[in-house]
Structures are given as structure tokens and as C-alpha cells.
Design a protein around this ligand. Structure first.
Ligand code: 5AD
Ligand code: SF4
Length: 454
């Protein structure tokens, strides 16, 4: 979601005459995007913004803008906390970024610069723009990438905000109510990305299964949207994220069997393995209901690879609750997990609960969970060794430019040795058979199959 927002910011600013620069000293404006999902992420963003103070002293025209969820939540308070910041703006204000810049820019140029500290300038205009657009008025920004920026994989948003109130989660407060993007816009954007060279599209939203812009009975809209996107000519692969288990229906599970492009990969955050903790989190499903959905999915798509999010140390999580999370991991056998220590977020319902699992215990649980998952991931990757998999080639490997890389349908990264004389550029964006020869900790190693060399 944050990468997606940065892409839109870049496009909005480009439309208004800005160019992105990799050289920070050359910039007229620095935009820091922030995330408030956990305290660690929040602190990281604030300290990044603080680092630009020195640059401002050297370049009186430089503006520092802080966007994202921390800016949305803290607005003016963030301006106070970070003296170098000129603008704080929330996610709904991205389309207005250039207009906000214009309001600030003349001030910067005419005031008594240069100065030693921005604090010294009494007249310096600073803005906190945190207005949230009403659900009825919300307009999705169409992606407007430069053709040369389009890669093999693209993200297409289908939804903003979230109407769920998971007790630990700040997202509904920072991103506002859920709005579903009209299906024709989604399909048009997918087609446009494909025209520009993308071959895989991931539909994104906070809770994609709650998508509701089509009007099908019983919340079947998301399954219908998948069907519509699946028929875009030239699209090779379709994925989506994130799903909330409560809204994950058999209809959507069936799509993994029935649709040409939908890949056998699902990220289905469980958060905890104990029904008691799930209830305290207001997740709206039990351990059993979650496991039933996974079991059904595996009957329609036996080879599906799964990933999840887990929070350890939620208020009230006992050692035996945690043990149930460990058991759930062993039972489901996810291909990968993202795991987090519970982080108290001001403004969420859970802030009322005592944060009663100590930091040491959270960290112990996290380590135990991650070492169990390491074994499970190893087992899941090992099962692919010896197989030939269809890999969508994305480009050269970052770590080793003599290799190319891509992903399996199950979303595992594969680094591939390329024999001399093979035209690598011709392979990018194509599906090639690759024999998987080895598994590393998180990735696979492969060699091009015979038919891909012809
Ligand atoms: N503390 C820890 N983890 C959190 N997440 C969301 N809020 C919190 C929090 N307060 C995790 C959830 C979610 C992922 C994106 O971040 O696991 O699925
Ligand atoms: Fe947060 Fe829950 Fe919404 Fe996900 S579904 S964004 S965890 S409130």
C-alpha cells in the first residue's frame, strides 16, 4: 500500500512539472512517506524527516513534506515535533500535493533566508493537511506511469480504507472508511498496465474480499471482479492482497480453480491461533472457522501456497494461547509468515487493554515462532526441488546480475542461471519452464528448462 502511494505521489508531482531525483541535494521538495502500523515504523519515519534539517540550511528553497498515516494522525503535532517539516499530509491529500507545495513555495523564497534554523523564521508558513474525503466524494487516482517505469508486475488498487475495527489496528483511523473502486476503472487500469508491458497484476486493498462496487448478491462482488480482470487479454498472472478470513468465501476460493490467471497463492492473515485471542482482537472468526476455510481451499486448489500475518503478545495472550498459534502454524504449513510483536497504538480500542505480555516474553515468542516457521518454509521450498515450474521472468537478479529472477505461481522467488548466448531481455515478461535445483532459506535456485532456450 505504501509503495502504491509513493507511485501515485510521483505521478501527481510529475504531472505538475516535478521530476524525481535520486540525488537528495538537488531536490526542491523531499517527501517522506510514513507508516503508523507499529511504533517501530512510526519512529523510523520521524527520524528520517529530522535528517533533512542540514540540507534545508544549505538550500533555502527546499521543502520537506511528510505524508502517510503518521502525518494523517498527528498533523500539526508532527510539525511541532519535526521543525524541518513544512507540510504534513494524509493519504487522501495525495492528489493535492502539488497545490500544497505551491501554497508554501513563494513564502520560502521571499522570507529572510538563508537562516540557521527554520525555527528562527517567524513568518514561515507550515501546513497540516489531514482532511479526509467523504466516502461519496472519494475519487481514485488513475495510475499514470511513464511507459519506461512499468515493470513486469504491477499493483492496482481496488479499495481504500477499511470498515473493520480489529482492536489493535490503526488503519481505519488513518485511512478512513472503506471505499470500493468502480470495477470498470479497475479493469481499465489493468488493461492499461498490460498494454504498457506488465504481465502480472496484484489487486490491492486492506480487505479486498469486502469489495462491493458491483452489487452482486451476498458479497460476491470480489469473485466477480476477479472474473472480470481475469479476462483482460495479455494478462498472464493475477494475485490479490490482503484478505480478511471472515470475508473469504467459497466463491473466491473456487476462483483459484476456475480462473485462467489467478495464481495459487493466498495471503490470509490469521493473527493468532487461539479463538479467545481472536475474539479479543475482534477478528470475527474462530480458529476452527479459519482452518475450515483453509481446508476447503486446499480441496479446490491443492497446490496453493499460503502466507499469513501473526501478532504475538496481544493483551491477555497466555503461554497456552501462544502454543495454539504455534500449533496452527504446524497444521497449516504456510510457505511464509510475517510476524510482529504487539505494539500498542494510541487511538485503537486495544489501547484500553493492559499491555500485559512483557517485551522479553514477546520477543521470546517471536523467536520461537520464527524458528518453527523456518523449518516449515524449508519443507515447503524443498518440495519444489526437482520440479519444473513456470516462472514469470521479472529481470536480472539483484544479488547476481548474471542470473535472472522471477517467481513461481506460488510466489516463491527463483534465481536462475542463464547459459551464455541466451538473450535475457527477450525472456523478461515471459513465462518459462525452469527446473528447480535447490532451495535457499527464502528463495529457490533453478536452471532454464530445454524448451525455453529454443
Ligand atoms: N501491533 C502489531 N502488529 C500489528 N499489525 C497491525 N497492527 C498491529 C499492532 N498494533 C500487523 C497485523 C497486520 C499487519 C499488516 O501488521 O498482523 O496484518
Ligand atoms: Fe486493520 Fe483489521 Fe482493517 Fe486489516 S481488516 S486493515 S487488520 S482493521
Amino acid at each position: 500500500m505504501n509503495d502504491y502511494d509513493v507511485e501515485r505521489m510521483t505521478e501527481v508531482l510529475r504531472r505538475d512539472g516535478f521530476e524525481r531525483t535520486e540525488v537528495v541535494e538537488e531536490a526542491d521538495m523531499i517527501v517522506v512517506n510514513t507508516c503508523s502500523i507499529r511504533e517501530k515504523a512510526e519512529n523510523k519515519a520521524a527520524s528520517a524527516a529530522g535528517r533533512y534539517q542540514k540540507l534545508k540550511e544549505r538550500n533555502p528553497n527546499l521543502l520537506v513534506a511528510i505524508g502517510g498515516c503518521v502525518a494523517q494522525q498527528e498533523g500539526e503535532a508532527l510539525l511541532k515535533r519535526i521543525p524541518s517539516a513544512d507540510l504534513t499530509f494524509g493519504p487522501d491529500q495525495i492528489p493535492n500535493l502539488a497545490a500544497h507545495y505551491e501554497k508554501l513555495r513563494p513564502q520560502v523564497q521571499t522570507e529572510s533566508w538563508p537562516q540557521t534554523s527554520p525555527k528562527a523564521n517567524r513568518y514561515r508558513l507550515r501546513l497540516a493537511q489531514t482532511e479526509v474525503i467523504d466516502v461519496e466524494d472519494y475519487q481514485f487516482l488513475d495510475a499514470d506511469p511513464r511507459p519506461s517505469d512499468v515493470s513486469v508486475t504491477a499493483l492496482v488498487t481496488i479499495q481504500k480504507g477499511c470498515d473493520n475495527f480489529c482492536a489493535y489496528c490503526i488503519v481505519p483511523r488513518t485511512r478512513g472508511r472503506e471505499v470500493s473502486r468502480p470495477a470498470d476503472q479497475v479493469v481499465r487500469e489493468v488493461a492499461r498496465f498490460v498494454e504498457l508491458g506488465a504481465r502480472e497484476v496484484t489487486l490491492i486493498g486492506q480487505n479486498v474480499n469486502a469489495y462491493h462496487a458491483i452489487g452482486m448478491p451476498d458479497g460476491e462482488d470480489f469473485a466477480e471482479l476477479l472474473r472480470l480482470v481475469d479476462s483482460v487479454p495479455g494478462l498472464l498472472r493475477l494475485r490479490f492482497t490482503t484478505s480478511h478470513p471472515h470475508y473469504f468465501t467459497h466463491k473466491v476460493a473456487d476462483a483459484f480453480r476456475d480462473l485462467r490467471t489467478l495464481q495459487p497463492w493466498l495471503h490470509l492473515p490469521v493473527q493468532a491461533g487461539s479463538t479467545k485471542v481472536l475474539a479479543a482482537m475482534a477478528r470475527e472468526y474462530s480458529r476452527e472457522a479459519y482452518l475450515d476455510k483453509i481446508a476447503y481451499l486446499r480441496t479446490v486448489c491443492p497446490d496453493i501456497s499460503l502466507s499469513t500475518d501473526i501478532i504475538v503478545g496481544y493483551p491477555g495472550e497466555t503461554a497456552s494461547d501462544f502454543e495454539q498459534t504455534m500449533q496452527l502454524l504446524s497444521e497449516v504449513e504456510y510457505d511464509s509468515i510475517y510476524s510482529f510483536a504487539y505494539s500498542r497504538r494510541p487511538g485503537t480500542p486495544a489501547v484500553e487493554l493492559p499491555d500485559d505480555v512483557s517485551a522479553e516474553e514477546k520477543s521470546r515468542r517471536l523467536t520461537a515462532l520464527q524458528s518453527l516457521q523456518k523449518q516449515i518454509t524449508a519443507k515447503r521450498l524443498a518440495r519444489l526441488v526437482g520440479r519444473t515450474e513456470q516462472i514469470l521472468i521479472e529481470g536480472r537478479s539483484r544479488a547476481n546480475p548474471s542470473q535472472i529472477c522471477g517467481r513461481t505461481g506460488g510466489n516463491h522467488t527463483v534465481n536462475i542461471e542463464v547459459p551464455d548466448g541466451v538473450d535475457v531481455d527477450a525472456l523478461i515478461g515471459t513465462l518459462v519452464p525452469v527446473s528447480i535445483t535447490a532451495a535457499k532459506v527464502h528463495t529457490l535456485v533453478g536452471t532454464l528448462g530445454n524448451d525455453s532456450l529454443g
